[in-house]
Design a protein around this ligand. Structure first.
Ligand code: FAD
Ligand code: SF4
Length: 513
C-alpha cells in the first residue's frame, strides 16, 4: 500500500525560507511539494540566469529539507508525471497520498494569490493559508498607515518603521540625530578609485541548463553554465551578505547613485535575488548593517542609514503599494505612453553608450543597479513614451530579482510615472547633464552630451524637453517642477523649436538611435 500523508504543503519558488516556522520540526504526516512548471516560466520571457537561479535554489532547498528528514516531493521540469499546472499536480498528489489538508504560504504575487484562492474553492479537503513570515509588514499595513493622510510619502512610513522595529534609534531619537542622510551620499566615482571587485560564486549549473533547453523554455540573456555567479542557498546568501558588510557597506551610500562602464555593480549588495526568494530575512540584513555600524569605525551613519532605508523603507513601501493598488495598478498609463520598446532592449545594439552599457550588462548578468534601471533605461522609456506594459515585461523578464510585487510599482510607478504619482512625487526624467554627472558614459559616446540639437546631439537632451513640453498640463503645477519649466521659458524661441524638432526626429527614428 502507498504511504499516506495528512497534510500537503506547497512551497513556491520564491518561498525558500528555511527559517519558516513550518520547518521548526519534522512531522512525518506532512509532505512538502515544490514544482517547476512551464506556465511560471512563460508569463514573460525570463533571463536564463533567472530561470536557472530559481530552479537551482529550489532544488537545493528541497535537498536540504530531505536531509533534515522532511518528506518532500520535487517535480522537475522534465519529470514524466509533471502536468505543468499547480492545480493538476496538487490534485494528483492529494489523490495519490490520500491527503486530508492542503496548506500554502501566502504568495507575494496577486496572480498566484488569486490562483491559489480559487484552487482551494475547488477542494473537498480542508485547507489553510499561512504567512510567509518574511516581511516586516503585513500586506495591508501600508494602507492602514496612510488611511487618514493626504499624501503617501515613503519617508513618513520609513520613520515609523524605524521606530516600530527600533532600528538605528537611540531611545526615541534617530541615531546620529537625522533620519535621512541622502544628501551626504550621491557622489560620482572619482577618476582614480581602487574599486572593490564583486564576490562571485562559481557554480556549475550545466545539468539544469540542459534540462531547461530540453524543455524548450524560451529565454533571453546569456549564461556560462560552468560559472553561475548567484547564491543558490542560504549559506551562500549569508556569505554574500557578510562580504557586502565587510567590503562594500563602508562606501555603499557614497557611491550609491554612481555609474561606471568598468564596474557593473559598484558598491551595491546584489542581495536582491537571495532576499526576494527568501533565503535571507530582511531583518537579519538590516541588523547586520546596524551591528557593523555600531561596532566598526569604518562605517559611518550615512552609509548604514542609506542601506537600511532601501530595505526597511523602500522595499516594504513598494510592497505595500502593490497590495494597496492591485489589480488596477497593472493597467495604469497616466501619460498615455504607447510606443513599442525598441529592439536594442534585447540586444544592447545602440549608439547611446549609457543605454548600451546598462542593457548589455543586464543581458550578461541579469542585473543592473538601481540608478541604471531608473535613470538610464527607465528614464529613456519615460522620455520616449514607451508603453508601460512593454516596459514592465522587459523588467520583469530580465532581472534575476524581478518578481511582480516589487518590479511593478518600481517600473510603472517610480520609473514611468504611469500611476500618476502614487510612488514618486515627480517623474524621474533627466538629460545628459545628470547622466554625465553620475557616470563616465558620456566620455566615450557617439553622441555629444552638451548638444541639444544637431545630428549627433545627445538624444536624452532634446527628448527631455519634448517630454516636459508634451506633458506640461500634467506637471506645470507640481511645485517640484515649476523651476524646470522656468528654465525652458528662458530658452530663445528659435532654440526651443530646434530642440523640439530634434526630439521629433529621434522619436520617429527610435530604432536607429
Ligand atoms: P542594493 O543597492 O544593494 O540595495 C539593497 C536592497 O535594497 C536591495 O537588494 C533591495 O532589496 C532593496 N531595494 C533598494 N531599492 C529598492 C526599491 N526601489 N524597491 C524595492 N527594494 C529596493 N528590485 C527588486 O528587488 N526587483 C525588481 O524587479 C526591481 N525592479 C526595479 C525596476 C525599476 C525600474 C527600478 C527603478 C528599480 C527596481 N528594483 C527592483 C529596485 C532596485 O533597483 C533593486 O532592488 C536593486 O537594484 C537590487 O540590487 P542590489 O541588491 O544590489 O541593491
Ligand atoms: Fe547617454 Fe547622451 Fe551621455 Fe551618450 S551622451 S552616454 S546618449 S547621456
Amino acid at each position: 500500500m502507498n504511504r499516506t500523508y495528512q497534510t500537503l504543503r506547497l512551497i513556491l519558488g520564491d518561498q525558500l525560507n528555511s527559517q519558516h516556522s513550518w520547518l521548526n520540526s519534522v512531522d512525518e504526516g506532512v509532505l512538502y511539494v515544490l514544482m517547476e512548471i512551464r506556465p511560471e516560466s512563460l508569463y514573460v520571457t525570463h533571463h536564463i540566469q533567472k530561470i536557472i537561479g530559481i530552479f537551482g535554489a529550489m532544488r537545493q532547498f528541497a535537498s536540504e529539507l530531505k536531509a533534515q528528514g522532511h518528506p518532500v516531493v520535487y517535480v522537475e521540469i522534465d519529470a514524466a508525471e509533471n502536468q505543468h499546472s499547480f492545480e493538476n499536480n496538487l490534485n494528483q498528489l492529494i489523490a495519490q497520498y490520500q491527503v486530508t489538508k492542503f496548506e500554502y504560504q501566502l504568495p507575494d504575487e496577486y496572480r498566484l494569490d488569486a490562483l491559489l484562492k480559487e484552487y482551494t474553492q475547488t477542494l473537498s479537503i480542508g485547507y489553510a493559508a499561512v504567512d510567509s513570515e518574511h516581511f516586516f509588514t503585513k500586506r495591508e499595513d501600508l494602507t492602514t498607515f496612510f488611511q487618514h493622510k493626504k499624501t503617501i510619502v515613503m519617508e513618513n512610513f520609513y520613520r515609523s518603521m524605524r521606530r516600530k522595529h527600533h532600528i538605528l534609534m537611540d531611545k526615541d531619537k534617530p541615531t546620529g540625530g537625522k533620519w535621512n542622510y541622502d544628501q551626504a551620499n550621491r557622489k560620482k566615482l572619482p577618476k582614480k578609485h581602487a574599486m572593490a571587485t564583486p564576490f562571485l560564486f562559481e557554480h556549475d549549473v550545466t545539468a539544469i541548463y540542459e534540462a531547461v533547453k530540453a524543455a524548450e523554455l524560451p529565454y533571453i540573456g546569456t549564461i556560462d553554465s560552468s560559472y553561475f555567479i548567484w547564491p543558490l542557498n542560504r549559506q551562500e546568501a549569508l556569505v554574500l551578505l557578510n562580504d557586502f558588510i565587510d567590503r562594500l557597506l563602508p562606501t555603499f551610500g557614497l557611491y550609491q547613485d554612481a555609474m561606471h562602464s568598468d564596474y557593473w555593480s559598484l558598491y551595491h549588495s546584489r542581495l536582491s535575488f537571495a532576499l526576494n526568494v527568501k533565503m535571507l530575512h530582511p531583518l537579519e540584513i538590516v541588523q547586520a548593517a546596524e551591528t557593523a555600524y555600531r561596532q566598526s569605525d569604518r562605517i559611518d551613519i550615512a552609509q548604514a542609514e542609506g542601506f537600511i532605508r532601501q530595505i526597511l523603507g523602500w522595499r516594504e513601501f513598494i510592497r505595500g503599494i502593490y497590495w494597496k493598488e492591485m489589480p488596477h495598478y497593472q493597467t495604469l498609463n497616466m501619460l498615455k505612453a504607447k510606443r513599442p520598446l525598441p529592439a536594442y532592449f534585447w540586444t544592447g545594439r545602440t549608439k547611446m553608450h549609457c543605454m548600451r552599457q546598462s542593457i548589455q550588462q543586464s543581458l550578461s548578468y541579469s542585473y543592473a543597479h538601481h540608478i541604471q534601471r531608473l535613470m538610464i533605461t527607465g528614464n529613456f522609456c519615460l522620455l520616449t513614451g514607451i508603453n508601460p506594459s512593454e516596459v514592465d515585461q522587459w523588467y520583469l523578464g530580465i532581472y534575476i530579482d524581478a518578481f511582480e510585487w516589487v518590479e511593478l510599482p518600481n517600473t510603472r510607478g517610480m520609473s514611468q510615472y504611469a500611476d500618476g504619482g502614487i510612488v514618486a512625487t515627480k517623474p524621474y526624467g533627466a538629460s545628459a547633464n545628470y547622466i554625465d554627472k553620475m557616470s563616465n558614459y558620456c566620455q566615450s559616446c557617439y553622441y555629444h552630451k552638451k548638444e541639444k540639437y544637431g545630428e549627433r546631439s545627445c538624444p536624452f537632451n532634446s527628448l527631455y524637453w519634448h517630454f516636459l513640453k508634451r506633458h506640461q498640463s500634467n506637471f506645470i503645477k507640481n511645485p517640484r517642477m515649476s523651476m524646470i519649466y522656468r528654465v525652458w521659458n528662458k530658452y530663445a524661441q528659435e532654440d526651443q523649436q530646434l530642440i523640439l524638432e530634434q526630439a521629433s526626429k529621434y522619436l520617429n527614428n527610435l530604432e536607429q538611435l
